[in-house]
Each structure stands twice: as C-alpha cells, then as structure tokens.
Design a protein around this ligand. Structure first.
Ligand SMILES: Cc1ncc(COP(=O)(O)O)c(C=O)c1O
Length: 500
C-alpha cells in the first residue's frame, strides 16, 4: 500500500515563485534555476526570507524531513540578522512547511495540506490496510499506537535484572522453559491475583503466554471451529477480530456505551445463536476506554454459565486508572468456571518481554497447555525470569504510581487541544486512548489520509469493526507521544480537519 505524495511540477515552482516575486526576484525559468537571496543592502523582512526558503524547498533543494541550515548558519551565509531568520523559520513552522525538533533544529515537513487546494493536485491515497500496517507507517506525531512511551517504562532496570538472573541461574539458557510457564512466576502471579484482583487461583491454573496476542490465538486455536458464532463488542480490538476471522468464526455484535453492555441483548444473542465464546475487554476497553460496572460483571458470568458460553476476558489496562481502581475482573465473580482471564503486562512494564498470563479452570487449562506446547513449547525463560524479578520488586508500585500521573497529564493535554473542536468523546477513567466521534461533515478516512501525509497517525474507527464499515469515530492514543508532541500534533490535526 502506498501513499501518493503531492506531485509538484517545475511549472508549479515557477508559478509559486512568480506569485511571490513582488518583493524578491526569483529567476526560476527552465534554463535558470537559481533562487536568489533578498538583497540585504535594503531592509529585508522575515517574509522575504521565508519565501526564499519555501521556494528552495519546493524546488527540492531540501527534501521532506531534511535538516535545514541553522539560524546561525543561514544568518552568517546571507548576512541577514539572526532574529529575522529566526522569525522566518517560526513563520514557516506555523504554516506547516517546516517543523522543529527539540535541540536539533528545523526540518522540512512532508507535503502539507495547505498546498492541496488546487483541484488538479492529487489527493493522498486512502488508508485501507490493517492496524499493524498503520502502526508501521512513519509518523512524527504518533497517536495510533496504544503503547506507552518507552521513556515512561522501566527499561533501564532490565539491564540490572538480566544480570541478576544470569547470576542466579547460570544455566538458564541451557534448558527448555516449562510449557505452562516458570513455576516461580506462576506462584508469584497467583499471589498477586489474590491480593490485587480478588480471585483465588492455583499456579496450576495459570499459563504464561507470549503476550495477550498469543493468549487470544491459543484460545481461538483450541476452541473455535469454522462457522462458530463469536460475540464481540462493537467496536473491539482489531487484532482479536483477525484471529477469530482466520479460524472461520461468524461475528455477533454486542453494544458497549457509557452505561456498559445491554445485558438483555447479550442474553438474547446467547439464547438464539449459542455462541462458542464472547471475547470482551471490560476494563478500560480498547478502543473506547469504557469500564463495565461491577453489577453487569456479575450478571454476565451468570449468563455465561446459563448459556454455557465461554467468556474471554482480555485485560491489558486494569492497572492504568486515573481515579478509583476499576471493579474486580469478571473472573473474580465466576464460580462456574466459564471465564478465561487474560492479563497482559506488555503495556505498562515491557511490550518487548512478551509476558502475559492466562487464568483458566479445568478443562480449559488442559486444552491450552496442549496448544501452547504445539505452538512454541513455552515462553522464553529468560524473559519470564527478568519479568519475575522486576515484578516482585517495590519498583513496580512506584512505577505504576508515577505512570498513572504521567498518562493522566498527557490525556489532559490532548483534551485541552480538543476543546477548540466540536468533536465528542466520553472521558475515560483509565487506559491509553480517547475514542472520538467526529462531526458528520468530517470524514475519518479523509482526515487520516491527509494527516498521514503530514506525519500524524491515528486509528480510524472502521478498523475496530469486524465488517470494516465506515465510521465517524477515530482512536487517538495519548500514551506514546510526549506532551509537547501531543500539543503540536493535535494543533496540526485540528488545523487539517478545519481545512478539509
Ligand atoms: C485489548 C488488547 N488485547 C491484547 C493486546 C495485545 O497485547 P500483548 O502486547 O500482550 O500481546 C492489546 C495490545 O494493544 C490490546 O489492546
């Protein structure tokens, strides 16, 4: 999939140059391609300098994301006052022609929306790829990844723990991991769940998976047959949909809003279709950030037992809350064993370690262990041990306390910028995203196409829909970019939206 850039012809450069030629002479003809600096013997305005820089960018002397001469250098080379050069750069920055990187200087911005007013010019291509493809597009303002900024994660401690692990278990890499997961880690997690999540579980009922993604895959592999009905929230986590789709599942949608689920709707769907499972993300739901109230959690486990429908509770964010802690997981209310709980530690400890835990009663655990054994024979032991030693340290709790504050501040920065718009959202009490409803006249996919050409990424709501229907919603993650980038990126995004 490619994004067509805005083609700028030499005619366009000439036209642009002549449009600006009232004050500066630009001899831009096919034979003469020099662009002259303003005559510094007379008083030169910052606008003249910015026109000069702009013309050179348009001619291709400086390419997108290339560093421009420093203020000092340009001032020295041209004999113009430094303040004037500085003002010119600021002017171009406000226009979106260039951007600044902290302590590094000014860079050429990718082709900007404000140049796309000519009807003959190409529109950027619509994005029609997957979530994964979207995440891999280059972005200066990264609002698409629901990942935490690595600067907020305890990365630097992992060097220390890796060394400690090799000191403690010198033959660690000389053996296979237990397929169900390291026993020491499962014992620790069993203790953790009883203290923090209010459910009691034996280490034999826990399986360490390589991320929640693998956990979803193992469950689908073990339990879904082609043609099975699967209940999913609408919207829901896109990659889980891909896994179920690949297993040949048929989807049934469950609504989710600020009041939670419609329990009668779920009852009706379970009764009518006898779905194989209900995949749900009830705590700081991805993408909406909503949290299902305790009362509905109880009702849901009762329904699941009544209709013998497995509940797959995917929990990646329950520790990332901004006010009160969320209610206990569904698993804590389940006395009949119809819930499988997936807890990932990717988001707030280390996505790279790929550690998640599945809590399941028999016979599910038995099935999952067989599946895990066929898949990879066990999650790498080194990762499990490094995680274990960090997880049992006091640092975890201190880290979580500061992380919650940092994320809240970032969310508030994004909300501050959104105040200038009529975009609607429900403020989440936790998680990493704002789920925004755009006004009817603004197309999410068009906004994304233009935003991507300016280096701003976010996820269009259609990707969270199993049928990929067009949506007025977008997901903006506030957890990856820092406050400065959030402020700058949101200003640009809103400007683009205003110009569409
Ligand atoms: C709801 C949900 N489930 C699962 C995952 C995957 O998590 P992991 O990194 O543990 O595989 C994510 C990651 O974005 C997620 O948001």
């Amino acid at each position: 999939m490619t994004f067509s850039r805005n083609a700028i012809s030499s005619e366009h450069i000439d036209a642009h140059a002549s449009a600006n030629s009232s004050s500066i002479h630009y001899p831009l003809t096919p034979t003469s391609r020099s662009i002259e600096l303003p005559d510094t013997s007379t008083r030169v305005s910052y606008r003249q300098i910015s026109s000069y820089i702009e013309a050179r960018i348009q001619r291709g002397d400086w390419q997108a994301h290339e560093r421009l001469p420093s203020v000092r250098q340009l001032s020295r080379d041209s004999g113009m006052h430094r303040l004037t050069v500085f003002k010119a750069y600021q002017h171009l920055k406000t226009q979106g022609t260039i951007y600044a990187r902290s302590k590094s200087g000014y860079y050429v911005a990718p082709p900007a929306v404000h140049t796309l007013t000519n009807e003959n010019e190409l529109e950027p291509a619509r994005f029609d790829g997957t979530l994964n493809e979207l995440h891999h597009l280059p972005a200066r303002f990264q609002f698409s990844q629901a990942l935490i900024d690595p600067n907020l994660l305890p990365n630097h401690y992992f060097t220390e723990y890796t060394k400690k692990v090799f000191d403690l278990y010198p033959k660690l890499l000389g053996t296979y991991a237990h397929v169900q997961g390291d026993l020491e880690l499962r014992q620790l997690l069993a203790q953790y769940f009883s203290q923090h999540s209010r459910f009691y579980i034996e280490p034999e009922e826990l399986l360490i998976a390589s991320g929640a993604q693998q956990a979803i895959f193992l469950i689908a592999e073990a339990w879904i047959r082609p043609g099975d009905y699967v209940l999913v929230e609408s919207p829901t986590y896109a990659t889980a949909l891909d896994v179920f789709r690949q297993k040949g599942a048929r989807f049934l949608e469950v609504d989710i809003d600020a009041n939670g689920y419609n329990i009668e709707q779920i009852d009706r769907l379970m009764r009518q279709y006898r779905p194989r499972l209900f995949y749900l993300n009830p705590t700081f739901h991805n993408p909406t950030g909503l949290c299902i109230p305790a009362e509905q959690r109880k009702q849901l486990v009762d329904l699941a037992a009544q209709h013998q429908c497995l509940l797959i509770e995917d929990d990646t964010c329950s520790d990332i809350y901004f006010g009160a802690a969320p209610p206990p997981p569904l698993f804590a209310y389940d006395t009949e064993g119809y819930t499988i709980h997936i807890r990932s530690f990717s988001k707030y400890i280390s996505p790279g370690l790929r550690i998640a835990c599945i809590a399941a009663r028999q016979p599910w655990m038995h099935m999952l262990i067989s599946c895990k054994s066929l898949t990879d024979g066990g999650t790498p032991l080194l990762n499990q041990k490094v995680f274990l030693h960090y997880f049992m340290s006091d640092r975890l709790h201190r880290h979580l306390d500061t992380l919650r504050i940092a994320l809240r501040i970032r969310m508030e920065r994004m909300q501050d910028e959104l105040q200038q718009t009529n975009w609607r959202y429900t403020e989440p009490q936790g998680g990493l995203n704002l789920w925004i409803e755009l006004p009817q006249e603004l197309s999410a996919s068009r906004l994304l196409s233009y935003a991507l050409t300016e280096g701003i990424s976010f996820v269009p709501g259609s990707l969270f829909d199993h049928a990929k229907r067009p949506s007025q919603h977008i997901r903006l993650s506030f957890s990856f970019a820092n406050e400065m980038l959030i402020e700058q990126g949101m200003k640009e995004l809103i400007r683009i939206a205003d110009e569409l």
